[in-house]
Design a protein around this ligand. Structure first.
Ligand SMILES: NC(=O)c1ccc[n+]([C@@H]2O[C@H](COP(=O)([O-])OP(=O)(O)OC[C@H]3O[C@@H](n4cnc5c(N)ncnc54)[C@H](OP(=O)(O)O)[C@@H]3O)[C@@H](O)[C@H]2O)c1
Length: 281
């Protein structure tokens, strides 16, 4: 989702872009083949390895589902840590600036607005993998960065479209009142990635909403925007579907003072992000 948006935004700014794919039928000159599950530690080291020379690498490919990482811990670690770091090291050795997309899940979600100076304390396999990938990328030195994201919303998300269709039919929806998000739009993510890439800004950066709200709050904004009866929102509990504790942290927001002082980018208000996304549904 994010990678596809980045391709168009970088191209619109005049960058030449390669977008890797693991699907053989999509490979062409600007879509080189790359399967992170099949990369060994020697990736890029063999004399015959023909890797493109690039200025910036954005590491967006991943197994991004908390449940997927929990259920397939070894296979997802190969992709999210070993394969990702294989690419990072090989491309850094060729002079590229490397940016890893990471997650608020490197923290346990017990407190809001974690600082970039706080030590990671992941509570799930996905978070542990991201924390290890972060450490490997940051160890590359001055020409490497990490951008931690909270929930990224964009108008094509199936959950939001499902809600919109159901509400349009005047039928009830059951958003969770006890599942929280501090969302950002994919537009803001793209803006920050472009900024970091352009400045070759080194270190850890955050991109999250200002405050955590519930999915029920999100549904109310949608119903209001669609002029639907708020009574159609019949909240449920994520405990009722036995969602694992690591997948329902109370807090996902991260502090963004560095981003504000460097680029004037502040954490967006929940309502502003939600309304902008809903308008595009
Ligand atoms: N979306 C969010 O809310 C969010 C929040 C925090 C952090 N992030 C991070 O942001 C990054 C992008 O997230 P996203 O939402 O855009 O994820 P996404 O839509 O699930 O896309 C992940 C991409 O990784 C590719 N991929 C999976 N396994 C691969 C492999 N073995 N080799 C090569 N490519 C592989 C997938 O390829 P196919 O298309 O072939 O399946 C897909 O294109 C991820 O690192 C994620 O952890 C996302």
């Amino acid at each position: 989702m994010i990678g596809a948006v980045l391709v168009t935004r970088f191209a619109a700014q005049g960058w030449s872009v390669y977008a890797t794919t693991r699907r053989r039928d999509r490979v062409d000159e600007t879509h080189p083949y790359l399967d992170l599950s099949a990369l060994g530690a020697s990736f890029g080291a063999a004399p015959g390895d023909d890797l493109p020379k690039v200025d910036v690498v954005v590491l967006a490919a991943a197994v991004a589902g908390i449940g997927d990482c929990e259920e397939n811990a070894d296979a997802s670690r190969q992709i999210n840590v070993d394969g990702t770091l294989g690419v990072a090291k090989a491309m850094a050795a060729r002079g590229a600036f490397v940016l890893l997309l990471s997650s608020d899940k490197v923290f346990d979600g017990a407190v809001p607005l974690r600082s970039r100076h706080d030590a990671p304390c992941p509570a799930c396999a996905y978070g542990r993998q991201k924390a290890d990938a972060e450490a490997g990328v940051l160890a590359l030195g001055q020409r490497a960065a990490v951008l931690r994201l909270s929930k990224v919303l964009e108008p094509n998300l199936p959950l939001l479209n499902g809600w919109a269709t159901t509400l349009a039919n005047e039928e009830p929806i059951t958003p969770f009142h006890d599942l929280y998000l501090a969302p950002v739009s994919v537009d803001l993510v793209a803006r920050m990635v472009l900024q970091i890439a352009t400045d070759r800004a080194q270190g850890i950066f955050h991109c999250t909403g200002a405050k955590d709200h519930s999915y029920e709050d999100l549904a109310h904004i949608l119903a209001e925007q669609m002029h639907r009866n708020p009574g159609l929102i019949q909240p449920g509990s994520c405990h009722s579907i036995n969602m694992p504790a690591a997948a329902r942290p109370r807090y996902t927001s991260l502090e963004m003072t560095e981003e504000q002082s460097r680029w004037g980018i502040t954490a967006p208000a929940f309502e502003a992000t939600a309304r902008a996304i809903m308008a595009g549904l």
